[in-house]
Design a binder for this molecule. Structure first.
Ligand SMILES: NC(=O)c1ccc[n+]([C@@H]2O[C@H](COP(=O)([O-])OP(=O)(O)OC[C@H]3O[C@@H](n4cnc5c(N)ncnc54)[C@H](O)[C@@H]3O)[C@@H](O)[C@H]2O)c1
Length: 410
């Protein structure tokens, strides 16, 4: 099998999350890693002795052996690193949010197109099995037209260890920048991509965190279909508790969340060490990213998504979709729905591989990512200006996307 030679830029927590998926994918050869922290590079070298390490993104992009890069550096560097990679002919997967400004996103799109490289704007929950299946069901028209979308998430995002850049909204910190792309990408995928406008409010009320931990947004598609998205990252109620099998799906237990809150209020938390412990080779990396035994979906970071059609409501189930229709309620298992979360994280790599190696279309390209970023930025602007924001950079989901896969429950 032809191997795609990939280098990772920014081997942090997001990187640690994707490494097991890279290891598990036969077509991916992880040949290099770049980071600015020497300990991280040492740990990367220990884990992947055949791979090269580089002290900067530039040096990794200059590495002739690297064909594609996975950019999981801090948000403020995404544009710089993507342009560096494109200029050297490397294909790209860039983590969400694609950039922190629309101007940067446009620069990235322009660089990728000018240099003829594939750039995928990724790692959002829109790529997961139940969401893709939900889209195919909607597209099939079997239950009539799409009427409404609602996604609600309650997570402990604000209690997880954070670096200074994550606590600065101008560098892409906070729940709207970091969690908004999951729900916006999902809503856009399910609703066809073309948002018309958005009204939102953003909430910042946790005194220990100088960033917003909440948003509510009302989005309207060009065809009038409404959508709401909500994310509360304060970690009091965890959405995983909504399903009977979800108790152990929260990142932290209730007791841990109480302890974090207390130590933050006392100013006693060592977040730098805690965060390093979940990065590559850290004491807690294993339990965070490598011991994913249960395949069960639960309403974690992206939340519970419900699509309402003329004659059905559809939502995620443990390993598939619940379809509530005129015949009652069915739990439809999905191909791949029983795979572990690690396997489900491969979707971007598979899309990139298919595009680069097999010449297939790249669906989640830079323009797709820019449209999602536009809505993400519009949430914050709408909150500041207290008005509806019209969107100008939206792109549709191509009808051919996932067309080779059947709609579920046929
Ligand atoms: N899709 C997801 O579910 C998900 C999950 C976590 C993080 N992320 C994304 O990953 C990115 C990083 O977040 P994180 O939580 O992993 O933070 P992090 O701080 O753990 O990771 C960033 C890494 O980049 C390194 N770095 C910093 N400056 C660099 C530079 N100039 N060049 C190369 N490396 C540099 C840091 O040392 C660190 O190892 C963000 O864009 C975030 O949104 C995505």
């Amino acid at each position: 099998m032809r191997k795609l030679r990939v280098g990772m830029i920014g081997i942090g927590v997001g990187g640690a999350e994707i490494l097991p998926a890279m290891e598990a994918m036969e077509g991916i050869d992880l040949v290099a890693g770049a980071d600015v922290v020497p300990t991280t590079l040492d740990r990367f070298r220990e884990r992947y002795p055949a791979a090269k390490t580089h002290p900067s993104a530039r040096e990794l992009c200059d590495d002739k052996n690297v064909e594609a890069v996975w950019i999981s550096s801090p948000n403020r560097f995404h544009a710089e690193h993507a342009v560096l990679a494109a200029e050297r002919g490397k294909h790209i997967v860039v983590e969400k949010p694609m950039a922190t400004t629309l101007e940067d996103a446009a620069r990235m799109v322009e660089a990728a197109e000018r240099h003829g490289v594939k750039m995928l704007a990724g790692h959002t929950r829109a790529f997961t099995t139940p969401i893709r299946a939900m889209r195919r069901l909607i597209a099939s028209g079997r239950h009539g037209g799409l009427r409404a979308l609602n996604i609600w998430a309650y997570s402990d995002w604000m209690l997880r260890p954070r670096t200074p850049d994550e606590l600065d909204i101008s560098q892409g910190g906070g729940v709207p920048f970091r969690q908004g792309p999951h729900q916006i990408d999902t809503v856009r995928l399910l609703g066809g991509g073309m948002l018309r406008s958005l009204r939102a409010q953003v909430g910042q009320w946790m005194t220990e965190r100088p960033i917003p931990g909440y948003y509510s947004a009302f989005l309207e598609f060009e065809n009038g279909v409404p959508a709401t998205i909500v994310h509360n990252g304060h970690g009091y109620f965890s959405g995983a508790e909504l399903v009977p099998w979800g108790e152990d799906k929260s990142i932290y237990t209730v007791d841990q969340r109480v302890a974090f809150r207390k130590s933050m209020r006392a100013g006693a938390r060592d977040e730098a060490s805690e965060k390093q412990a979940i990065r590559i080779g850290g004491a807690r990396e294993q339990e965070y990213f490598r011991e994913v035994s249960t395949p069960a979906w639960a309403p974690e970071d992206m939340g519970l998504a419900i699509a309402s059609l003329d004659r059905a409501d559809v939502r995620q189930s443990q390993t598939g979709l619940f379809i509530h229709d005129d015949d009652g309620k069915r739990d439809v298992p999905l191909p791949g729905g029983a795979e572990t979360a690690i396997a489900q994280r491969r979707a971007e790599l598979e899309e990139l591989y298919a595009a680069v190696v097999d010449g297939k279309p790249l669906w989640h390209d830079g323009r797709w990512g820019m449209a999602t970023l536009e809505a993400c930025l519009a949430m914050m602007r709408s909150a500041r200006e207290r008005r509806e924001i019209m969107l100008r950079h939206q792109v549709p989901v191509p009808a051919e996307y996932d067309a080779d896969m059947p709609a579920p429950g046929a």
